[in-house]
Design a protein around this ligand. Structure first.
Ligand SMILES: Cc1ncc(COP(=O)(O)O)c(C=O)c1O
Length: 351
């Protein structure tokens, strides 16, 4: 049997060797726990350089924890958080925002390709019943960058949402589980992609793009979340041996490693998209701008790919999600495109 070719998720991939080496290098002597160590202090400084502003970084275990706790700290138990219907917090986090927020409600609003639009946000806020004690109160916005359909918000799109949020006193949270892929695609600075466009807090993804165990919350506006430290501690998410989390995250950004890894994953996804262009019976659900490709194809074509040993997730009967990792090989991309072409040709010939 041929070995499986794995496009299930970017968290199915290996950790980057640089991060493993950093963990090993951190494994000397003693250091104070809970972030009182030298490596964590160094990481704080490095992130402030990276984002060209004083920022506060909190390493956490998962992207879900980063999202839910950032939002819990920004919204109130009676607050509403606006997000895309496809947003990970809305589809795949088991009500974590509501749980950690003590009742915070998610309100899914319109937009294309997993984005929310500034216009939709404006009208939702206008209709929300601000000040009425019967209604959830508009408190925060969640943008997923890159989106859950593999598209990327332009800096202007983020800024437009940020401006509406600011005008109405809402905070802006960016779910950056794939922030590296988005920044690599945009070719802008991390600062331009975030606080300069109005983002108050970022879930900074590491795991999916070469990390081992852990993401981080980056706080741009300290007044956006004065109680975040309490939320984190109460949730059991302040690492006692923080220096290892910090060493991992620091190695991730050192010498632009995070962007190099993301570029590799993005390039693989672009190559798949380019390869599929000429195949009539398949379509793309959203523009391929980061490392995910959502392919519309007939259910028998998807089943045929599975029979040939390709691993991927289905999103409904006729959509397959193919996720490229930093370590996805050109041979794997070529094999996938060839297999999709064969399946499509087989269907045309009635086989
Ligand atoms: C866009 C997005 N946000 C957040 C997460 C959550 O990450 P984790 O599974 O580490 O909780 C994921 C994971 O798939 C994701 O795709």
């Amino acid at each position: 049997m041929k070995p499986a070719i794995d496009f299930r998720s970017d968290n199915c991939g290996r950790a980057a060797p640089e991060l493993i080496e950093a963990l090993s290098a951190a494994n000397t002597g003693t250091a104070l726990g809970y972030g009182g160590d030298a490596l964590t202090a160094q990481m704080q400084a490095r992130f402030s350089e990276l984002f060209e502003a004083p920022v506060r970084v909190h390493p956490v275990a998962t992207g879900t924890a980063a999202n839910a706790l950032a939002l819990a700290a920004m919204a109130t138990p009676f607050g509403a958080v606006y997000c895309s219907p496809q947003a990970h917090i809305n589809t795949s986090e088991c009500n974590a925002t509501g749980f950690f927020g003590g009742g915070t409600k998610l309100v899914a609003i319109g937009g294309r390709y997993g984005k929310i639009s500034a216009d939709a946000l404006e009208s939702e806020i206008a209709a929300a019943g601000k000040g009425l004690s019967h209604k959830s109160q508009p408190k925060a916005v969640n943008l997923v960058q890159a989106t859950d359909l593999g598209a990327v918000y332009s800096v202007d799109e983020v800024a437009a949402v940020g401006a509406v949020a600011r005008a109405h006193g809402l905070k802006v949270h960016m779910d950056g589980a794939r922030f590296a892929n988005a920044v690599a695609a945009l070719g802008c600075t991390p600062a331009q992609a975030t606080w300069k466009a109005g983002v108050d807090m970022l879930s900074f993804g590491v795991t999916k793009n070469g990390g081992l165990l852990g993401d981080a919350i980056v706080v741009f506006a300290p007044d956006a979340a004065p109680d975040l430290g309490f939320h984190l501690r109460r949730a059991g998410l302040v690492w006692s041996k923080m220096r290892f989390a910090s060493a991992q995250i620091m190695a991730y950004i050192e010498n632009d490693l995070w962007l190099r890894l993301a570029r590799q994953a993005n390039a693989a996804a672009s190559a798949i998209a380019a390869g599929l262009e000429a195949i009539e019976s398949v379509g793309l659900v959203a523009p391929v701008q980061a490392n995910e490709v959502f392919v519309q194809m007939a259910p028998p074509a998807a089943a045929s790919l599975e029979d040939q040993g390709f691993l991927f997730h289905r999103r409904g009967p006729d959509v397959g999600r193919f996720v490229c990792r930093w370590d996805t090989g050109e041979d794997e991309v070529a094999a996938l495109v060839a297999a999709i072409r064969r399946s499509a040709a087989g269907r045309r010939a009635g086989r």
